[in-house]
Design a protein around this ligand. Structure first.
Ligand code: NIG
Ligand code: FE
Length: 417
């Protein structure tokens, strides 16, 4: 392929604005080109999106790409995933179906620690191969940008190995990755059994693991699982502040299984996002809005854990927060790698419209990750040339065909550089 391409025979182009978060009613107005549109690309960046009749003359000799009459969106952005795992946890799936809860399984030393043991035991080649496999599972469903968390290493060496695997897997899978150190995901077994050991692990996280994760740009962000029985709000604040001092951006797993105040902590430390939020209260939501902390909803995990409390996305959008969606793809609480299915859940259970759900995986996910505005999450001049081609007649059908995969990713040379 040459340096210039024109994508044509497109049914509709969904632009998702020109960059920046879509707040309030703007989340429902995605900007659609339906007048026999085309998209012209130069050097891996969008140069033109508009009617074919208006295509700039310089593209007359460009390579032509036939979109087959499909709907074109930007490639999706999955702003919360745990892709560096090496084994499924289907046995826990069976235990949960039989009545055990996620928290009971974790209390017995299963759950996150099961994935930790598998990661620690895997050699580098296996860890990389499995991480590539997991990122490709996302890409096959439309994702071109994935945030990826560590959190199954829980020591300096294995957290770094996970982050390196995510970085390298992104290259191999032709995806852009944003990497997050989640050393504060669970207390590893060797630090359980007393306050002193617990404090020792938290010191290890703040003084060794996070600095090692920040080195060489391996991670850009840090995350904490703030939850009853995991890490307290005070511990969350301390880890977040240590991360900020290292120049890492902060995101928090908050209010997933109980209301603990994690969202308020997230807002007070200037976190870019707080994620999950099933149990979020008004005070936490207001604090997040006022601090500009994005709300990332993960209904795939609410579904897989059979919870009856879903995040109230409707209220958060109407309050003016930046609401994004993500798969939370992981082997425990969300074995879900299909964003369109997550959009369906957000519509069915979180009060979003189909258009809002698509905005949650595009422009607003880009903002949750603070990607450069206008480069990701939109189809507009200057945007990276990575697209989703959807075999539907209208973008509202993306969230509607529940569980189907109707997306094919198309990228142009140089889109990541
Ligand atoms: O986002 N909530 C904590 N962490 C993950 C689950 C990780 C796991 O179970 O392996 C989540 O739900
Ligand atoms: Fe998560």
């Amino acid at each position: 392929m040459g340096d210039m391409q024109v994508i044509e025979n497109i049914r509709r182009v969904v632009t998702c604005g020109a960059g920046g978060p879509l707040l309030g009613p703007a989340m429902r107005e995605l900007g659609v080109l339906a007048d026999d549109p085309c998209v012209a690309v130069r050097g891996g960046r969008v140069a033109y999106a508009g009617p074919r009749a208006g295509l700039p003359a310089e593209f007359a000799g460009a390579d032509r790409v036939d979109a087959g009459g499909r709907v074109l969106t930007t490639g999706l952005i999955d702003c919360h995933t745990h892709p560096a795992f090496v084994k499924a946890r289907a046995e826990e799936f069976e235990m949960r179906i039989a009545g055990a809860s996620y928290e009971q399984i974790a209390a017995r030393g299963g759950g996150i620690l099961t994935s930790m043991t598998a990661v620690r035991q895997a050699d580098d080649a296996t860890l990389l191969a499995q991480t590539v496999r997991n990122l490709r599972r996302l890409r096959n469903h439309g994702v071109v940008v994935a945030e990826g968390k560590s959190g199954y290493g829980l020591n300096t060496k294995d957290e770094r190995r996970q982050l390196a695997a995510i970085r390298d897997a992104g290259e191999l899978a032709d995806m852009h990755t944003v990497r997050t150190c989640l050393a504060a995901h669970s207390l590893p077994a060797e630090y359980r059994g007393g306050d002193e050991k617990r404090a020792e692990y938290l010191r290890l996280v703040m003084e060794q693991i996070l600095p090692a994760a920040a080195r060489d740009g391996l991670a850009q962000r840090a995350d904490v699982f703030c939850e009853r029985g995991v890490f307290t709000p005070a511990e969350t604040r301390a880890v977040a502040q240590a991360a900020s001092r290292l120049g890492l951006h902060v995101t928090i797993h908050a209010e997933q299984l109980h209301l603990t105040g994690g969202a308020t902590i997230a807002a007070s430390v200037g976190a870019h996002s707080a994620d999950h939020l099933e149990y979020l209260d008004d005070a936490g939501a207001k604090a997040m809005r006022d601090a500009g902390t994005a709300a990332v909803l993960l209904p795939g995990s609410t579904y897989a854990l059979k919870m009856d409390k879903w995040a109230d996305g409707r209220k958060l959008i109407d309050m003016g927060l930046c609401v994004a969606l993500a798969t939370d793809f992981n082997p425990g609480s969300s074995p879900v790698c299909n964003p369109a299915f997550v959009m369906n859940l957000a519509v069915m259970h979180c009060g979003l419209s189909p258009a809002e759900a698509l905005a949650g995986f595009t422009a607003n996910a880009a903002h949750a990750l603070r990607l450069p505005p206008g480069e990701y999450g939109v189809v507009a001049p200057g945007a990276r040339a990575a697209f989703g081609l959807w075999d539907v007649d209208d973008e509202r059908e993306i969230a509607y065909y529940a569980g189907s995969n109707l997306c094919e990713v198309m990228t142009c040379d140089g889109w990541r550089s």
